[in-house]
Design a binder for this molecule. Sequence first.
Ligand code: PLP
Length: 377
Amino acid sequence: MQVKRNILLNPGPSTTTDTVKMAQIVPDICPREKEFDELMASIRRDLLKVVHADPAKYTSVLFCGSGTINIDVCLNSLLPKDKKILVINNGAYSTRAVEICQYYGLEHIDLKFAVDELPDLKLVEKTLKENPDIALVHTTHNETGTGILNPIRKIGELAHKYNAIFTVDTTSTLAMIPIDIEKDNIDFCMASAQKGLMAMTGLSFIIGNTNEIIKSKDYPKRSYYCNLFMQYDFFERTGEMHFTPPVQTVYATRQALDEYFVEGEENKWARHTRVYNAIYNGLKELGFKDVIKKEWQAGLVVSAIYPDDKNWDFDKVHDYCYERGFTIYPGKISTTNTFRLCALGAIDEEDIFDFFDVFKDALKEYDIKVPVYYKEN
Ligand SMILES: *Cc1c(COP(=O)(O)O)cnc(C)c1O
């Protein structure tokens, strides 16, 4: 069976291999069977390996849902009574964490920084010092809305210095940028299967400190479906998800993990870097300006500012590329109009060279001047 190969340059889901796509075609199975439990157990074990987590100290817990479920679960489950969350916020995904705090009515501090700036660690430390009731610090590793990479190791160090746990939204770095959970001072990290792992949508997972999960048994229960201890405990006792898992996605994830270990952490990151460089250089060549200083970029997302050319029309350019098998994506910054090209997925630099051929044709088709025009230069 031949499936058309599309090149997804959006920030997930990502382009998958045919073998991962086909891994979903399995005989029907009830997910309460032992065979399926063993499959999930193997995934839980292997996820620890992806972030070099010692199984004596860390565990992984699977959920059925998109990546946001992980942020929801961590924040609502890991906050003790009468304590506070500190969100270090320089982008759309940390803002999402703040909104989760608001929806659950969790005491929190929204420590905001500009979306194109790294957080000021002195201010982070000052906030921790002045608020000894902060029990949980949360931030985003790669703010996928802009592509800025936050200094998580240093933030984690500060969190621990002030006796808080550190949860990190690593949805758009895990299984791409090498992560060492302990060295990076992370207590909980997370992702969904369709991003770095290049599997399908519907399965998400949290990797974190087992003792902290066990401690959270006595914390206020704020959600019935999205509680970390509940799901962990059910896995430990039965080997199953509390509620129905995304069965076929789980099979695809198994295949994707196998392919991850065959490619290897270093080679995979080198490939993403090649793709990113091809994107970065391709956009530069056409005169596009990016939002984030190059040295602050995670090396996975380039966020380009809309040119001031009167003929520029993102939707038209998008549709032209889409019809030819390439997906580009709008930005996620409220103050500047941007679009994004991302280096996720089972693609390599040749795909990006092919993309730019099509992209240039689109610019020509709609009479958009190259190098692209900006009012102020
Ligand atoms: C993709 C992503 C998520 C999850 O988004 P969903 O739409 O729920 O899958 C969360 N955080 C970051 C940083 C992401 O890139």
